[in-house]
Design a protein around this ligand. Structure first.
Ligand code: HEM
Length: 301
């Protein structure tokens, strides 16, 4: 089954993120969603040099209302976290649309077409623009995405390989707001200890030198079988002059990896939570499933 291109897309320059809630008839919306794969292809064909990709994903709490016949295996709502006075809230949305391209005008054009297609059956709940910062750095100044799976391994990590939902992906989205002025007061070495990598040249700390509170220490986990837990991160910086941070997006063939990593950030062994949380705050959190193009089109018939 052909996966939607936005799941494994290579990094590019711009993103437009749209969150929707359903206001209209479910069957009507399912019929409109069935037209999105053709819309993605039309925009990509109209602007072949723009590196456009589209992605629609359906919220965990909205799924059964739209596709009651079958549910992706163990598809659960966003697992909120709360510890040490820090929260990762569950703020569900019915639909997530990720539009990505190297041209902002192409994203505007694609967004406009999505809005026209879905008019009358959904309401827009959040609209955020993402952008590449420098050489793929988060706004903390650290390169983000280094340890992401590469090449064909991206699909192995992100996509269900078999069954009715093959070619689909579990998506977790969180909008993070950074406390930039507090972060910028830290010395570079203090920032590096919090991430677990050096800042200018992005070198990973030796294992023994990595604090238990370092971000990459907290999220580098093993499965019970001893294999590395992996996710494909499609995050990008976002922001205005008053609020800025990371639009975090995880794509994976299971929800368990993201859930385990998030729990480990908030509630590591003893008091060792992820010290990135002292300088950034998750203000949204939602779980979705992005079905294959074939599933979307077949359900709309
Ligand atoms: C504002 C929030 C976040 C920021 C600024 C951030 C930033 C970073 C940076 C700079 C790296 C190191 C470079 C790299 O390998 O990409 C990294 C690695 C990573 N992050 Fe995050 N991250 C955030 C949230 C999260 C969340 C919520 C998760 C999952 C629940 C996560 C999972 C990972 C993983 C799996 C790695 C790779 C670890 C490794 O194998 O070395 N991150 N992140």
């Amino acid at each position: 089954m052909k996966a939607q291109a936005g799941i494994c897309a290579e990094p590019n320059l711009h993103a437009l993120y749209l969150m929707f809630n359903r206001t209209g008839d479910a069957a009507e919306l399912v019929g409109r969603l069935a037209k999105l794969p053709a819309l993605w292809q039309a925009v990509a064909a109209d602007f072949p040099e723009a590196g456009f990709s589209g992605l629609v994903a359906v919220g965990a709490d909205a799924w059964d209302g739209l596709y009651p016949a079958a549910r992706p295996p163990q598809f659960r709502s966003f697992m909120a976290q709360s510890a040490n006075g820090q929260e990762a809230p569950n703020t569900p949305f019915d639909l997530f649309i990720q539009l990505r391209a190297d041209r902002v005008d192409v994203l505007h054009h694609a967004g406009h077409r999505v809005m026209a297609l879905l008019a009358g059956v959904v309401e827009l709940a959040e609209e955020v623009r993402g952008f590449r910062n420098l050489d793929c750095r988060d706004l903390t100044g650290f390169v983000d995405g280094t340890e992401n799976p590469q090449d064909e391994h991206r699909a192995e990590v992100a996509l269900l390989a078999e069954g009715e939902f093959a070619g689909g992906s579990y998506i977790h989205v969180q909008r993070w707001v950074h406390a930039m002025s507090d972060w910028e007061k830290l010395a570079q070495k203090e920032q590096e200890d919090i991430i677990g990598r050096t800042k200018p040249d992005n070198i990973e700390y030796e294992s023994a030198a990595k604090p238990l509170t370092a971000h990459i220490k907290r999220v580098n986990l093993k499965t019970p079988k001893g294999e590395s837990m992996e996710i494909l991160r499609q995050s990008m910086p976002w922001g205005t002059m008053t609020e800025q941070g990371l639009y975090f997006i995880s794509c994976c063939r299971t929800q368990q990896h993201f859930n385990a990593m998030l729990a480990s950030m908030y509630k590591g062994e003893g008091s060792h939570f992820d010290h990135l949380l002292r300088f950034t705050k998750a203000v949204t959190g939602a779980a979705f499933f992005a079905p294959s193009e074939g599933f979307l089109m077949a359900q709309g018939k």
